[in-house]
Design a protein around this ligand. Structure first.
Ligand code: IMP
Length: 192
């Protein structure tokens, strides 16, 4: 069965392809020739994930899923949340975002935060949602060189390393995206 992962990130789609197994033929946006970014203008993770999946479904008439992720920090009333990618402004780097976060967190004693991922799947025209979450704390000084985004300042509960100090395999087992994808894959594998 054909399905599209509405992402330009080959790393994400290759990983999903391996987990899905031979029953599903997974294509990404490059495979479809969709080089332009798909608009993400909703103000919730669910809204953005659905917007991306719906765009592909409407344009290509193929079953499709898309993900959207945000970091929610308690002391910042849930910011940066759905705006995590452009927290420090349009076209900012991961380092800019981390620096802004650490600046906003100066003097805060509550350092609790969580990553959330929502995956939206449109299968034969019907929408389904899968959520993954990981709780942890924001540390004061970045550590580690793996991963991306806010990984160097996020320590998941039950661990002493940041996500950026873990291997991709170790992070995927416990991460927000790993958990949401696991739910999606279980759903897809159980379809008759
Ligand atoms: P996206 O929805 O996967 O594009 O993620 C939006 C933004 O959230 C990214 O630009 C990163 O800043 C941040 N982010 C997403 N996933 C992760 C992660 O696994 N670790 C750290 N930051 C992440």
């Amino acid at each position: 069965m054909d399905i599209v992962f509405a992402t330009h990130n080959r790393h994400k789609s290759e990983e999903a392809c391996q987990i899905l197994g031979p029953r599903w033929t997974l294509r990404n946006l490059h495979d479809l020739g969709q080089t332009e970014e798909i608009p993400e203008t909703a103000d919730t993770l669910q809204g953005n994930a659905l917007q991306k999946a719906q765009f592909v479904y409407d344009k290509y008439h193929l079953s499709c899923f898309a993900d959207d992720t945000g970091l929610e920090v308690e002391a910042l009333n849930g910011a940066p949340g759905v705006y995590s990618a452009r927290y420090a402004g349009e076209h900012c780097s991961f380092a800019d975002n981390v620096n802004k976060l650490l600046h906003e967190m100066q003097g805060k004693t509550n350092r609790r935060a969580c990553f959330k991922t929502v995956v939206a799947l449109i299968l034969d025209g019907e929408a389904h949602f899968f959520e993954g979450r990981v709780d942890g704390t924001i540390i004061e000084n970045p550590r580690g060189a793996e991963g991306f985004g806010y990984d160097p300042v996020f320590v998941p509960d039950g661990f002493s390393e940041t996500f950026a100090e873990m291997s991709a395999e170790q992070k995927n087992k416990i991460s927000h995206r790993g958990r949401a994808m696991a739910k999606l894959i279980e759903f897809l594998q159980n379809i008759d």
